[in-house]
Design a protein around this ligand. Structure first.
Ligand code: ADP
Ligand code: MG
Length: 318
């Protein structure tokens, strides 16, 4: 009789109650890096795991990739449980490490070909040139890798993570310390892969990166997931807005008549007014501003962004 395994086809990665404690080493005591993490990453999503340094991001993805052993919990990568099918799981995931990890004396073609060999991809099925084209390095196929620019090296790392055709591509802090032009290039590359169907998971401590690129975001702080939602839903949690008025003169303090409002002097020639759009609107404040006789030369508004969400959530969970 055939055994039918029921596998959820909705999620690329499912994590339940995942914990990791690094053992004590020398003078350093044991370190709890993850505690009770539950996380489901939908197939085809562009997912950001966002959190400050030391939050546990790398630990989490290194566990998924089979590079770090978990202390407790369940992890499923595609349809493979990490405990029962650790090797199979590796074939579904490609990790782009933060550091450049290829031999600089090989050509990009050789780098990819050797990596494909490590994964046991038969020669006939290797897509070396196709991948080089995908990351815009076809013309460098036979150049020495050490002569590539920083940006090209990063793109070669992306291609290297793809030689075994994984459904899930994980990028650990892909743009930390990378210049703006390269960052944009890398983002375009990753977005294209996502459009072609890959599930993308990126870890980052750049709010901007998560906000610009990803459709779903989980925030990790101190080894715990403290928020997880679609980006828009996460942003709408914050009901706060800020208006700045540029003044036609410099003040040493906020006019007395404005002191009852939630306002302050941002700098001598700029007043900031903060309010909750769900509860109020800025009419009264603007009226009060007019009465002071101080001229307004410009107005700017600031919508809440991921940074506000992040600060609010990490404050709450601290
Ligand atoms: N090999 C290790 N041994 C001991 N502690 C570690 C090790 N790797 C990471 N840690 C600690 O675990 C915590 C989480 O680290 P990490 O997963 O690298 O965070 P992130 O990637 O979010 O910056 C940190 O406090 C870090 O110092
Ligand atoms: Mg890290």
């Amino acid at each position: 009789m055939a055994v039918i395994y029921v596998v959820s086809m909705e999620y690329a990665i499912e994590i339940e109650g995942l914990s990791k404690t690094y053992a004590a080493k020398g003078k350093a005591g044991e370190k709890i890096a993850l505690s009770g993490v539950d996380l489901k990453i939908p197939k085809g999503s562009m997912f950001a795991l966002l959190g400050p340094n030391g939050a546990g991001k790398s630990t989490l993805i290194n566990i998924m990739a089979g590079l770090v052993n978990k202390t407790a919990g369940k992890v499923r990568v595609w349809d493979c449980d990490l405990d029962s099918k650790p090797i199979d799981a590796r074939y579904h995931i490609g990790v782009v490490e933060q550091e450049v990890t290829f031999n600089p004396f090989f050509t990009p073609f050789q780098v990819l070909d050797i990596q494909a060999g490590l994964y046991g991809v038969p020669k006939k099925e290797r897509r070396t040139m196709e991948l080089l084209e995908l990351v815009g390095l076809a013309d460098k196929a036979h150049a020495w890798s050490r002569q590539l620019s920083g940006g090209m090296k990063r793109r070669l790392m992306v291609a290297k993570a793809m030689v075994h055709n994984p459904e899930i591509i994980v990028l650990d802090e892909p743009t930390a310390g990378v210049d703006i032009e390269l960052r944009t290039q890398l983002w375009e590359n990753v977005q294209m892969l996502n459009k072609q169907g890959a599930t993308i998971l990126l870890t980052t401590h750049y709010l901007e990166e998560a906000e610009k690129l990803c459709d779903e975001i989980a925030i990790i702080n101190d080894g715990k997931i403290v928020a997880h939602d679609k980006k828009d839903a996460l942003l709408s949690q914050i009901d706060a807005k800020e208006i700045h008025f540029k003044l036609d003169r410099e003040l040493s303090e906020l006019p007395v008549s404005l002191k009852d409002f939630n306002a302050n002097l941002v700098n001598p020639a700029r007043i900031g007014f903060f309010y909750s759009p769900k509860e109020t609107n800025p009419t009264q404040f603007i009226e009060a501003m007019k009465k002071t006789g101080i001229g307004i030369t410009d107005i700017t508004t600031k919508e809440s962004d991921l940074e506000d969400v992040f600060l609010q959530i990490t404050k709450k969970s601290a």
